[in-house]
Structures are given as structure tokens and as C-alpha cells.
Design a protein around this ligand. Sequence first.
Ligand SMILES: C[S@@+](CC[C@H](N)C(=O)[O-])C[C@H]1O[C@@H](n2cnc3c(N)ncnc32)[C@H](O)[C@@H]1O
Length: 367
Amino acid sequence: MLPSPWFVRAITRVSDTLARLRRRIIPAQFAALELGTAGWVSHALAAFCELGVAGALQAKAQTARELAAAGYGHEASLERLLRSLCAYGVVRCDRSRRYTLGRVGRALTGADSVAAMIRYANAPWHTAAHGRLAGTVREGRSGFSIAHGEPLFSYLQRDREAGALFDEAMHAMSTVYAPAFAAAYDFSHCKTILDVGGGDGTLVEAVRARYPNLRTMVFEAPQVVQRVAADRPDIEFVAGDMLADALPAADVYVLSHVLHDWDDENAAKVLANVRAAMPDDARVLIYELLVQPPSNVWSQDRVSDLEMMAMLGGRERGIDEFAALAAAAGLRVARVIAARTSEAVIECVPAGSPSRLTARCDSATPE
Ligand SMILES: C[S@@+](CC[C@H](N)C(=O)[O-])C[C@H]1O[C@@H](n2cnc3c(N)ncnc32)[C@H](O)[C@@H]1O
């Protein structure tokens, strides 16, 4: 059960205020160094995931010696890795240096594990892109292209291991936000849903769990379809290029965390391609973070925007920017529905459609 958006906002505010208070109290150099070396901890967490230690500790509490004897690594180094993660709720240590999983560590095991996203975010080819951020800011092109000489999606197409890790990472992320998407919108009048750039179909599967008669389709890059389709026999996968190829007809088109991958020109192209395929009474659901007004408070869109800038040359957008993109593609924003995550569902309909169309799937059903 997801907490309500207002509760999450309130807690975020309180923790943000406490974090700012702490930054005011500790010496400024400490605060700067803590921020500037946070990546060391991220890499420790990624190593913890890569070594599979979470799975071992889920089975039983263990010492570094026991983990080393079972083949998880070098004893003294395991001890140092584990003790460094105690302060973050990843593991807990007792007096005999026996480690168990903490609350954060438990999020790295099981069907809802986000471990793949952490491995993706800390993979050497990923961090190389962020390492070029100053170059990105100077030149305005993605750190990924500067570091690797090609865009992320063509790299993922060439490097099967990197591509598979990306798919796993997107699956991990969609297990976090798919249930909130499915709960935010009333699909009861819709027969066919097409998720454009829908990865392995986790999002449409969450919708079908609530609407079992829905026909679910995913339009994806051919190499992704090749990797994931066999595991999802209930979903119809269509392989193609969302920028260029014709999309199948559907009642609802979903673009979840897709437009933020692209600059304005290409994002408008994707939307125009959807508009060209959709019947006049169909709608488009854009599921994205919304950029918040300028403030000194933490918000997820800021962090995700850095990732888009470094990896793809894309961007997070505010509602006015989405409205402009929609208008350029012959669509208009009909409604914005807050989901029980940081994302919103932005419902778009054909530009000339009467407003009664907006009422057809009107009652959003947040729980
Ligand atoms: C950031 S992921 C989002 C995945 C999923 N929609 C989600 O919300 O987790 C973007 C997806 O778009 C797909 N993609 C990128 N370029 C594409 C293209 N030209 N045609 C079709 N799919 C593409 C990628 O393979 C990837 O799965």
C-alpha cells in the first residue's frame, strides 16, 4: 500500500528541513565534502548488490568470514564494505559482527528489488557519463555522447550486457511506480492500451491486474522485444522505432518516462507519431515527474533531470512545457492527475476534440 501524496510531501518537507538544519550546524567544509563524496557510498551499495550479499543475508545472519567462506569475496574487504553500509540502514551489525539486512537492504531482494537500478546507476559506463557533466554544461550535449562517442540507446543496442542491465533497471523502477499509475486513472472504458517504450511491460501488466479484460500492447525497440517478449506471453509486443515507425491503433497510449529521454524536437516527434496513429476518441497518458517551481527544497525532478542531461540530452519538464509539446503534436492537455509517487499522469486528447471527450474516462480512482 503506497502512502498518500500529501503524507509523502509532508515527510519530505520535514526531512528536508532537518537536513538543512544539519548542514547549518556542521562545519561547511564537512557538509561540502559529505555531498561531494556521496558517490563513494553509492558505489559501495552497488558492490553490495553486484556481489549478491543481500540474498545471502536474507537467508540468514552471517559474519564476513562466513560470507567469504561461501564465496562472496575477500573476508577483510567484505567486513569493511558491510560496516560502511551499517549507517545507512542497508545492514545491521551485532556485537559478534554478524550482519543482517536492514530496512533499506531488504529493498534489494525479492520481486520488488531495486538492486538492478543501483547497479545500472553505478556501472562504469554510466558513471563515465556523469563524470563528463562539466563538459555537458559547457557544450550542451550529453555526457554519455562525450564519454562514449554515441548516444545511450545505440550503445545499449550494441552492448547486450549493458542493454540487459538497462532493461532490468527499468523493470525495477516500474515495479516502484506502476501500481501508482494503474491506481491513478480509470481505464474501465478502455479496451486496448499501448505502452510506447514500455520496456518489459511491467506497467501495462499492473493496469491489467486491475482491468483483466484489457488488451495490452507494448511498442519497443527490436533488441528489447527480443530480450523480454518470451517472458510475457500475455502482452503483445510490437518492435519498431517510436520516432519513425507507424504505431498500432489503441484506446489509450502510454508514454511513461519516455519523453524525458528526448530533447524538445524528438519528444514532439514521438508525440506527433502517437497522434498520427490514434483514433480521434483515444487519449495519451504521459507519466512523468513534473518540474517544481524554483525553490531551495529537495525534489526528485531535480535529481532525475541531472540524469537525463548526463545520459541522454533529454530533460524533465513542467506542465507548461508538456502543454507546448502536446500542442506542437496536435494534442491538448485535458487533465493532470497526481499519482501516489512523485509522478503525475498528464492526459492529452486531440487538439480539436470537444471537452465532453475528457469526461469519458473521467473519474480518476486514487485510493
Ligand atoms: C527510460 S525507458 C522507460 C521504460 C518504461 N516506459 C518505464 O516507465 O519504466 C525508455 C524506453 O524507451 C525505449 N526506446 C528508446 N528509444 C526507442 C525507440 N526509438 N523506439 C522504441 N523504443 C525506444 C527504450 O528501450 C526504453 O525501454
